[in-house]
Design a protein around this ligand. Structure first.
Ligand code: NAI
Length: 397
């Protein structure tokens, strides 16, 4: 079929398998161009199909020659209906891994469930024996709790008072005011259940109990802090409470991994266009001003540049892992640089629909958004008849 982007709000209903393949190949080429990293050899990535998780899987495999198991929740294709991008990304990743002689297997299902945990643990037992690094990179709006059976929904709301600020519809470029009503306690609790650290610690507990973590194993989850303009809706909002919980969980996990000298960290990453971040009000406007400013300074990075730098300059340097006073790894340092932040807040004050194309990088935002779904890549013939029915080699049904 001929596959074109079909946009609905902050989602695209179609994905292009060849474009997703190109995206994965570009990321692999980037990692290879940066040279070998002496990282771990057996890596489990939970949330491995898009965004930071995919970049982590690629960096592990093609930077450190690691065997990888990837867990994610994606839809395969049906005749005439494309798969979700994460599914196509994984097809491409596994094909490239196979060509390079690297072990790569994937599990598609709900990582919060007991069944997917069981399946993953059994696969580790059978194929890899133990794991050296667990990356926890889930971004989900819902979690069906495996013990209580309750379906929790996360919300993106401020806490305490209504938040009013600018935002942009990145499709039209219209800058408008948005008002978001504050969350109630139930909203906060639900968001913490979905995006906090409970599921991460469940994974780690079970892996440890079944002796599937190697001596000195590391685990890492991703967090975000960001600037003052997004604080009310992000870091001091419901999602921020979940991130506080995730960050606190790292200390609990480190404590529970003491007997194997394992450690858990949270890495604070840069704001980037992903499926998860496009849905948060205010963030797209911030990102378009940030991109413009960081590109002008030559410090802009995408997911793969961030994770490659995280591995090569923070995690696997041979020395101690540097952290801030709260024990977090900071790879958002270039975003939070004073010069960048001062410039972005100046631009924020004056941003309007009329001047955004000039002072912000709306074009870069749109390009990145299209890229998430495999559209807008050089070297892909989007007019060609394309087979939508490709399958992930390790999970052929
Ligand atoms: P993403 O939406 O690109 O990736 C989410 C991944 O989770 C995908 O692989 C998806 O298949 C998987 N997933 C979702 N629900 C699942 C489920 N129930 N079972 C199994 N897999 C499931 O998201 P992104 O942006 O890469 O986020 C990953 C982490 O990075 C999140 O914790 C996010 O808060 C954090 N982060 C994101 C930033 C951003 O600007 N995008 C900035 C800093 C941190």
């Amino acid at each position: 079929m001929i596959i074109e982007p079909r946009m609905r709000g902050f989602i695209c209903l179609t994905a292009h398998p060849k474009g997703c393949e190109q995206n994965v190949k570009n990321q692999i080429a980037y990692v290879k161009s940066k040279g070998a990293i002496s990282g771990p050899k057996r890596v489990l990535v939970i949330g491995a199909s898009t965004g930071f998780g995919l970049a982590s899987r690629i960096t592990s495999a093609f930077g450190s020659n690691a065997a990888t198991i990837g867990v994610f929740f994606e839809k395969p294709a049906a005749p005439g209906k494309t798969a979700t991008p994460g599914y196509y990304n994984t097809v491409a990743f596994e094909n490239e891994a196979q060509k390079a002689g690297l072990y790569a297997k994937s599990i598609n299902g709900d990582a919060f469930s007991k069944e997917v945990k069981r399946e993953t643990l059994d696969l580790i037992k059978k194929d890899l024996g133990q794991i050296d690094l667990v990356i926890y990179s889930l971004a989900s709006p819902v979690r069906l709790h495996p013990e209580t059976g309750v379906l929790h929904r996360s919300v993106l709301k401020p806490i305490g008072q209504t938040f009013t600020n600018k935002t942009v519809d990145f499709h039209t470029g219209n800058v408008t005011q948005v008002s978001i009503e504050p969350a109630n306690q139930e909203d906060i609790d639900n968001t913490v259940v979905v995006m906090g650290g409970e599921d991460w610690s469940m994974w780690m507990e079970q892996l440890k109990n079944e002796n599937l973590l190697a001596e000195g194993a590391l685990t890492l989850a991703y967090s975000y802090i960001g600037p003052e303009v997004t604080e009310a809706v992000y870091r001091k909002g419901t999602i921020g409470r979940a991130k506080d919980h995730l960050e606190a969980t790292a200390f609990d996990i480190t404590e529970s991994l003491k007997s194997i000298h394992g450690k858990a960290y949270v890495s604070v990453n840069k704001a980037l266009v992903t499926q998860a971040s496009s849905a948060i009000p205010v963030i797209p406007l911030y990102i378009s001003l940030l991109y413009k400013t960081m590109k002008a300074k030559g410090t802009h990075e995408g997911c793969i540049e961030q994770i490659q730098r995280l591995y090569s300059q923070r995690l696997f340097t041979g020395g101690d892992i540097p952290t801030d006073a709260q024990g977090r790894i900071r790879i958002d340092d270039w975003e939070m640089d004073d010069e960048i932040q001062n410039q972005v807040s100046k631009l924020w004050e004056v941003a309007t629909t009329d001047n955004l194309p000039e002072i912000g990088d709306l074009q870069g935002y749109k390009q990145d958004f299209l890229n998430l779904f495999g559209f807008g890549f050089d070297g892909v013939d989007y007019l060609a008849d394309t087979n939508e029915m490709v399958e992930v080699p390790s999970i052929k049904s």
